[in-house]
Design a protein around this ligand. Structure first.
Ligand code: ADP
Length: 159
């Protein structure tokens, strides 16, 4: 059985992330969405909120679990007995950082393989940070996030 970890901050989860989850869950027997507990950046949602929003968004996928973790991603992968790390690549923004992280992860854990999914054309320019700006400017997030995520963003940023 191949288990994959899809790690990230998911602050909050978007339809771009969900597209990767859907595709990964059709290839791997089990996909664990790993939400960083202590990321090196300031986040809008607490880890509990990020986990709750992600769990609500993946209920249709029976082989997808959501859990938070702290520390080194490859250690989390080892503990979960995962063989694969999944990441998503958008055209202009992600490659260099992902490449750097992939090389470091390979050094730390040569036994764990990275599988990158090219972002869907529809979601190439979708990022969690852009969503926050759109909400603050009164824009509509339909097609970008599940309804409960849109509601949570409005509550957090507009009330
Ligand atoms: P991180 O802080 O690790 O970058 P993110 O939650 O921003 O966490 O992203 C998690 C993963 O999902 C990363 O591999 C990122 O490149 C990918 N990703 C983010 N947005 C999209 C999108 N719109 N389409 C596909 N993949 C995406």
């Amino acid at each position: 059985m191949t288990t994959a970890i899809y790690p990230g901050s998911f602050d909050p989860i978007t339809n771009g992330h969900l597209d990767i989850i859907k595709r990964a869950s059709s290839i791997f027997e089990k996909v664990i969405l790993g939400i960083y507990d202590i990321p090196q950046k300031s986040l809008l949602f607490s880890v509990k909120e990020r986990v709750d929003l992600a769990r609500q968004a993946v209920t249709d996928y029976k082989n997808v679990e959501v859990t938070s973790y702290s520390g080194i991603t490859v250690e989390f992968a080892r503990k979960a007995k995962a063989q694969v790390l999944v990441r998503g690549l958008r055209a202009s923004s992600d490659f260099e950082r992902e490449f750097e992280m992939a090389l470091m992860n390979k050094k730390l854990a040569p036994d764990i393989e990275l599988v990158c999914f090219m972002a869907n054309l529809r979601y190439q320019f979708l990022s969690s940070s852009l969503l926050k700006e759109i909400i603050q400017l009164g824009g509509n997030l339909d097609d970008m996030v599940p309804p409960q995520v849109s509601a949570a963003l409005k509550k957090k940023l507009l009330s």
